[in-house]
Design a binder for this molecule. Sequence first.
Ligand SMILES: [Mg+2]
Length: 216
Amino acid sequence: MSAKFRFVFFDVDSTLVKIEGIDVLANGNAEIVQLTEAAMNGEVPLDEVYARRLAIIRPSRADVEALGARYVASLVDGAEETIATLQSLGVQVQLVTAGIAQAIAPLAEHLRIPARAVHAVSLVFDDDGAYRDFDRASPLARNGGKELVVRNLLARAKGKAAFVGDGVSDLETKPVVDLFVGFGGVHTRARVEENAEAYVREKDLRAVLAYLIDHD
Ligand SMILES: [Mg+2]
């Protein structure tokens, strides 16, 4: 076996895990769930939705810690094996997500992905753990943010790259990577399926390996 790519970037929510973190924090708030779905389908701009959802939910530090544990318990089938296989072949696996950095960190640690390979949006809390704000400078809270982050990474380190994700914000990276793989194992999204160079409908993430490694 050998890797076709030096870098493989993964989305997190509905790609590595079966949940959307922001919806878990929203605890069933129908307005939030609807906003998330619309953003992931590319119907409303992410920047509009991002600030609005957090302003409504105002998650505490404890809420975000609980989400971190929930992430680890919600892995997509085959996700751990997929990451481990790629890493064993020398691939640099990186996470590129609009998810909350403090909640993604335990998941990344579980998957043995170093902190420097995790790109997410940090929240700011007050001393008592109450929500204050999110990192408004992060490109990942805006449309085109994933493309920008990936392009900047690849400008510094040369090598072939692939991106695996379920949403329209993931699809935006298609022009800057060598292969975009759409993952429909949790949610299928028509716009992603129509435009992805490769698309996986299997529920087990290991199905993406067919596009990422050669069986020499
Ligand atoms: Mg996603």
